[in-house]
Design a protein around this ligand. Structure first.
Ligand SMILES: [Cu+2]
Length: 159
């Protein structure tokens, strides 16, 4: 009798564990952060840094983007601010996205500054890894466009 009870307790614990795991998975999916329209725009001057643009949308929880990693290149998060009449770039330590909110990195505003990018042609793709404060990593494939080209090859009207 004691043995059967022990066995039932064990099965019960296992069932609870599976329930916890599957529930956990659903929560993680609902929280998932999304990154769209990732584009790398080359500089008109060879050897100068490229710029990166994208839209980042948080799931049901706020997220904090702390950096972007590219192989063989150094990437910084940059914002724009006015100093008198002059637009200046400033390095951002991180970028917060509110729950359900979208932050756009677009020409004239926040952007990725990509230094020492190996020679790349328009039409190529560059893998970027977006890193978040909670340890989440999201891999994104950015399309490369020439200097002066539309930041996002996909026309979406507003940008
Ligand atoms: Cu910059």
């Amino acid at each position: 009798m004691v043995r059967i009870f022990g066995w039932l307790a064990c099965v019960g614990a296992l069932a609870l564990l599976i329930l916890a795991m599957t529930t956990g998975t659903r929560v993680a999916a609902a929280n998932a952060v999304r990154i769209d329209h990732a584009t790398v725009r080359l500089s008109p001057i060879p050897g100068r840094p490229a710029a990166g643009y994208f839209n980042i949308t948080a799931g049901s929880a706020a997220v904090e983007l702390t950096g972007v990693v590219a192989a063989h290149a150094r990437v910084e998060l940059h914002g724009m601010s006015m100093a008198g009449n002059v637009m200046r770039m400033n390095r951002l330590p991180s970028v917060r996205v509110a729950a359900g909110g979208t932050v756009r990195f677009a020409p004239g505003g926040s952007h990725l500054m990509i230094f020492d990018l190996p020679a790349t042609a328009s039409g190529a793709t560059i893998p970027l890894t977006f890193a978040f404060a909670d340890g989440t990593r999201v891999d994104v494939t950015a399309s490369v466009v020439a200097a002066g080209a539309e930041a996002t090859p996909m026309a979406h009207g507003a940008h």
